[in-house]
Design a protein around this ligand. Structure first.
Ligand SMILES: Cc1ncc(COP(=O)(O)O)c(C=O)c1O
Length: 412
């Protein structure tokens, strides 16, 4: 049976600071907060609504990871002092080898989230370019610092991937960072080598622009493709800050281990940030992370195989819902589901569904299913739904949503 739904932790709808800012500019993060009404919030807390809203799949923790953590705990008999802020050398070695940076360029962080904070919090009064659709926490993370959000809208025709032209048109003297998510959350799209080549050509013309490459889904390739890392282009290698974590690829969001891999000239400032925030990551967890990375070939294929089966089943189910469409995701475990047809409809009770957020609210009330509105990802008219849930739960959610959508009528 479905578990109780919960609002994802990255939807800080009740944060008064963010709400206050929402009137300030078009791209302020308040626009990307969930304006849940009190009844819906109560419904979520009280009911057993199905959540297709979260980004944390449930796969068992691999034996080698559990054993490594236990062994590290048992080995630590004498004292438990602060870990190094930079992280464990063994882990640096492994990541440096995998990403082609020197060990001094690696910082172990509490998840990709802390890696993003470390970097984005150092940006001054300059623009952070983010292609939409994006992971809905990005605007909130940028808002913690002084950087300004500049959204670049991509198009469904190009599978929601940033084109060289779009990038070129949006770079100004104020641009400091391009935050690229490859594979993308929420669309699951993966940039090809040729597509990245095109972007690199534009980036070469702008040597002050840093690239933050968020690659947290890069091993979850559900199609038979590769996911090139933009940091591997020698032309821009020294100004790409690659971010990854164990949360998504290894389905261990609770481990809270991530990292930055970059040219060593960047890392001092991020280390300072981290030093005063959390100091180093708990070493027991780092031992778990090292074990997982070393067992990549044992852990990832079984997760990917399970996702392949679930994606195929999910596609069948989604195809049965009238007037909706999607682009087949190649990675991650989301569908970015086009539901534009239903905007402008009325419910049986006569309530107008103006936006995707209204529709989320309606489906929560009527179908008892929670999904994420595309507006939160900067692209209205869509839902992000996860298929990394048990197949019967996904099926039940789609059946319930289909029935509720079937009750909507276009007015006039
Ligand atoms: C694109 C993207 N980046 C970063 C994160 C944060 O990951 P972590 O759990 O490692 O902090 C997420 C989590 O959903 C994500 O989707």
């Amino acid at each position: 049976m479905p578990g109780m739904a919960s609002i994802v932790s990255h939807c800080p709808s009740s944060n008064p600071q963010l709400k206050a800012k929402s009137t300030m500019s078009q791209t302020s993060p308040g626009l990307y907060s969930y304006p849940f009404n009190p009844e819906s919030t109560k419904l979520l807390a009280d009911s057993d609504a199905i959540s297709l809203n979260t980004g944390a799949p449930k796969f068992p923790v691999h034996r080698k990871v559990r054993e490594a953590i236990i062994k590290a705990v048992e080995a630590k008999q004498d004292q438990l002092s602060y870990p190094s802020t930079r992280g464990m050398e063994l882990l640096h070695k492994k990541i440096a080898r995998d990403y082609g940076y020197s060990e001094k360029g690696i910082i172990i962080t509490y998840g990709a989230s802390q890696a993003l904070y470390n970097i984005l919090d150092t940006i001054g009064d300059e623009d952070v370019l983010i292609p939409a659709p994006f992971w809905f926490a990005f605007p909130h993370i940028v808002a913690q610092g002084r950087g300004r959000l500049k959204i670049i809208q991509t198009s469904a025709e190009n599978n929601f991937k940033l084109t060289p032209q779009q990038l070129d048109q949006n770079i100004t003297w104020k641009s400091r960072v391009l935050l690229l998510t490859n594979p993308n959350n929420p669309t699951g799209a993966v940039y090809t080598r040729e597509e990245l080549n095109g972007l690199v050509k534009v980036l070469e013309k702008h040597p002050r622009l840093l690239v933050v490459s968020d690659e947290v889904y890069n091993l979850l390739l559900v199609d038979d493709i590769s996911c090139p890392s933009i940091g591997s282009w020698p032309e821009i290698h020294d100004r790409v800050l690659t971010i990854n974590s164990l949360s998504k690829n290894f389905a261990m969001s609770g481990l809270r281990v991530g990292f930055i891999a970059a040219h060593p000239s960047w890392t001092d400032i991020y280390l300072q940030k981290q030093n005063y925030a959390t100091s180093g990551v708990n070493e027991f967890l780092q031992h778990g992370a090292l074990a997982a990375l070393e067992a990549t070939n044992e852990i990832i294929p079984s997760i990917v195989d399970a996702l392949k089966v679930r994606r195929a089943k999910a596609m069948e189910l989604l195809n049965s819902v009238p007037h909706t469409s999607y682009i087949t995701p190649q990675s991650a475990y989301f569908f970015f589901w086009n539901i534009e047809h239903y905007l402008g409809c009325r419910t049986e009770a006569g309530k107008l569904i103006r936006t995707d957020v209204d529709l989320v609210d309606y489906l929560l009330q009527d179908a008892k299913v929670l999904v994420a509105a595309g507006s939160l990802c900067g692209t209205p008219g869509y839902f992000r739904i996860t298929y990394a849930v048990a197949e019967d739960v996904f099926e039940q959610a789609i059946v319930q949503m289909k029935a509720s959508l079937g009750k909507l009528r276009h007015s006039g």
